[in-house]
Ligand binder design. Structure first.
Ligand code: CUA
Length: 166
């Protein structure tokens, strides 16, 4: 089969551009540690309050022996509970989030903290917040009439000023 030389050039150009774009996506994903939060762990969403990790008195921020911080949250119409959490800057923060009702999403703008919270599953992700500041934790999956108002406050403080249990 004969291919016109000019057409061949455009073909190479197109394949080159596709390769370049795919390489850019893979590079940024690796560089910024972006990955799908596909943590497959099931839980009975209707029984969160009855005990275990997602019972009300177990929620919040705890310091871990490995130097990391764990944040346990329940997402429900319309908020992430507890409503205010405080984490240290520069330390790995592992979120574990379960929904008590419907599908929610949680997103902290200007950071890579973002995941869906699917009822029946524990959403887990680990990230580091480099800078202290006040951030909203927004719901980004439509979950009902109050969806627009579903947010909680995340405060990142310098590691020296951070005390567990807040
Ligand atoms: Cu929860 Cu939208």
């Amino acid at each position: 089969m004969h291919i016109n030389p000019l057409e061949k050039k455009w073909l190479y150009l197109a394949v080159g551009m596709v390769t370049l774009l795919v390489a850019a996506i893979v590079y940024t994903a690796l560089e910024h540690n972006i990955h799908p939060p596909s943590h497959v762990e099931t839980i009975d969403s209707a029984k969160l309050h009855l005990g275990g990790e997602f019972a009300e008195d177990k929620l919040g921020v705890t310091s871990q022996a490995d130097g990391g911080v764990r944040v346990t949250l329940v997402a429900g119409r319309y908020g992430f509970y507890p409503r205010r959490i405080e984490v240290p800057a520069g330390r790995p923060v592992t979120f574990r989030i379960a929904s008590m009702d419907v599908l929610h999403g949680v997103h902290v703008p200007m950071t890579n903290m973002s995941t869906m919270v699917v009822p029946g599953y524990v959403a887990q992700l680990t990230t580091v917040f480099p800078r202290p500041g006040e951030y909203p934790m927004l719901c980004n999956e439509y979950c009902g009439m109050g969806h627009d108002h579903m947010w909680s406050r995340l405060t990142v403080v310098s590691a020296d000023n951070w005390h567990p249990g807040k």
